[in-house]
Design a protein around this ligand. Sequence first.
Ligand SMILES: Nc1ncnc2c1ncn2[C@@H]1O[C@H](COP(=O)(O)OP(=O)(O)OP(=O)(O)O)[C@@H](O)[C@H]1O
Ligand SMILES: [Mg+2]
Length: 469
Amino acid sequence: MKVNSTKILVVDDEIGYRKVLQNALTERGFLVKTAESGEDALDELKKQEFSIVIIDMKLPGSIDGLELLQRVKGMYNSSVLIMTAYGGIETAVEAMRRGAFNYITKPFNLDEIILNIDRLVAQQKIIEENKYLHSELEKVYGLKKIVGSSREIHKVLDMISRVAFSTATVLITGESGTGKELVARAIHFTGNRKDEKFVVINCATLSENLLESELFGHIKGAFTGAIKDKKGLFEEADGGTLFMDEIGDIPKSVQAKILRVLQEGEFITLGDTVTKKVDVRIIAATNQDLLKGVQEKEFREDLYYRLNVINIKMPPLRERKEDIPLLVKHFIEKYNKKENKQIKGISPEVEKEFYHYNWPGNVRELENIIERAITLTHEDIISVQVILPLVKKEEKDEITGDALFARPYKEARRKAIDSFNIKYITNILSKTNGNVTYAAKESGIERQYLQRMLKRYDIKSRNIIMEED
Ligand SMILES: Nc1ncnc2c1ncn2[C@@H]1O[C@H](COP(=O)(O)OP(=O)(O)OP(=O)(O)O)[C@@H](O)[C@H]1O
Ligand SMILES: [Mg+2]
């Protein structure tokens, strides 16, 4: 006999049915209890939970089948199978509406009952498995935090899941604000170190001495000001992950010591004599070109190769603009919650503006703009008037510096004037909420001339809403 831990409660007032079902189901390995009335059944249910309850609709006493069904559903996640006498279809249908899994009419065929039970068990197994998978996914929240549907982001997500379970060093490169730290966290919280510490150090903000003492710790008296022993971050992160942000800014003396940790897993605390062993996974990030650093002898070549075992390149936002809508939605939800607002989205003009913008500050810039727009907006849609002053206009297809001077004088002058005009006009219009008459008055530009410039620079399509006076 196959042992099956599924518990079944059979509720029927007729002893014949109870016996038949008990025998057949016990034979199949189920743990079966029986009850002859609703009250009796509730007593059993109070004692323990049953995954499956088989209920006869017609029961003696004050609790009938329908009520018992409801009581069971209120107590547990049990699946309920209904039995009904011929002619009781209406109540059976009602029972289905109240959450019964299925009904069978009496007199029944034993195979039919068994078939139903088998289906129920299979279904419950799937539900359990889904629950488990879901909780596992919940645990890897790191991955879920990375929003985007572009091919580039999928590649990054794919890389993360492939490297998460190894201890190989990862170097994450990419422009500022592309999500390097987010990826580092995702790697840690997806992998088997997720219950251990994730320690962050920003290498760019610390002086050489401080950086060393932060990383490796010091003992009391190691230098002036070292008034007591201090544990370093390598020790702090033992068993877990150390995220070294801005690794390109590490002075050469410290580079050698980090190399040693990477190669031998050991280091010496400042002022101490004994070597310490640690098991730390290193994830490093930089927005610099480390290879260039290597060529210029600023960055140790051996360290570079040690760090760059796995390289994840974060693409700039301008190269994956299809991610913008999802990111916008994500940040609106985030800041709605924070600011207790109910903003529903961005206007089509803002969408266009975002699409044409080149996002020098990448996702961080988008997040900041949405955050500020949400605090500024009083309607339920973020409008272009709110957005325009927040977007760095001058970044938009403007030619400056050497590129400008490389052109023939006439053309360069034209470009410079055009870009000045566009900047000037959009600025004044955003101040006057798009009102052309006010803008003309404010600026002292003749109204017709202003209108002509709007046409020439196609500023309407640049999404300033023009209110006709
Ligand atoms: N794909 C993304 N989905 C959701 N949020 C993102 C995404 N990419 C970046 N962010 C958010 O943008 C902000 C900047 O990301 P992060 O700090 O990881 O960037 P970074 O590459 O480390 O930048 P820096 O080089 O300036 O340190 C964070 O608030 C982060 O949560
Ligand atoms: Mg960062």
